[in-house]
Design a protein around this ligand. Structure first.
Ligand code: HEC
Length: 194
């Protein structure tokens, strides 16, 4: 009996904690602004994949090739498809995976395919941040954090600079997500120069 009461209390508490988060598939936070690592992002919408799009000099990526996969929460994707703009509470996940070789069935030695997860990063558009956007690093795969604080200082300055100067739509690299680029062009939301 006692045990049943405890179980009930735990359920009620968990329910209360979840209820404190806004409904939907948008970002979830602890301590106000620490982003909870989305565990279900592989069920989200896949925007695109690049190879050797890493931020190092091209020579560095030659020795260790990698793929980047980008996902967005489904409600943000649907809003973008209607407007060519990202709604408040959009979450983007950048998954870096190592590139494998030597397993192509046609014997092509230059063929590459995705293997182990290496790094997981994220970006949100959310009016709770003064700038409207925030960047997060969940770390390397050996010890991925369950929640990450918004990056600050020098580290975020790099993210912001590149994601402002070189992005086709708002702070995102829509120029590399072909089906979205088409929509943004139609809606007139692509920045000049793209
Ligand atoms: C030198 C440029 C550069 C810097 C610095 C940079 N990024 Fe990116 N980022 C890119 C490019 C290019 C893409 C396009 C996707 C890819 O890599 O294939 C991208 C894509 C992303 C995406 C997917 C959504 C989108 O914006 O298109 C996330 C999330 C992301 N970056 C997070 C970060 C974080 C976090 C930082 C800082 C720690 C960062 N980036 C710093 C170039 C940069």
């Amino acid at each position: 009996m006692k045990r049943a009461i405890w179980a009930g209390a735990v359920l009620a508490l968990t329910g209360a904690a979840l209820a404190a988060q806004p409904a939907g598939d948008g970002p979830r936070y602890v301590n106000g602004t620490n982003l909870v690592r989305p565990t279900e992002y592989r069920e989200w919408v896949f925007l695109g994949s690049g190879i050797d799009m890493t931020y190092q000099a091209p020579e560095a990526s030659k020795s260790r090739q990698s793929f980047s996969n980008v996902y967005v929460n489904p409600s943000a994707y649907r809003a973008f498809m209607q407007s060519g703009k990202w709604p408040d509470r959009s979450v983007f996940v950048l998954e870096i995976r190592a590139a494998g070789s030597g397993g192509a069935i046609n014997g092509n030695t230059s063929a590459r395919y995705q293997t182990d997860l290496v790094v997981l990063e994220a970006e949100v558009k959310d009016s709770r941040f003064p700038d409207g956007w925030a960047f997060f690093d969940f770390g390397q795969v050996e010890n991925l954090r369950d929640a990450a604080e918004p990056l600050g200082g020098e580290r975020v300055a790099r993210c912001i600079e590149c994601h402002t100067k070189h992005t086709a739509v708002e702070r995102t690299f829509v120029q590399f997500y072909p089906t979205l680029l088409e929509v943004a062009r139609r809606m007139g939301t692509v920045k000049p120069g793209h």
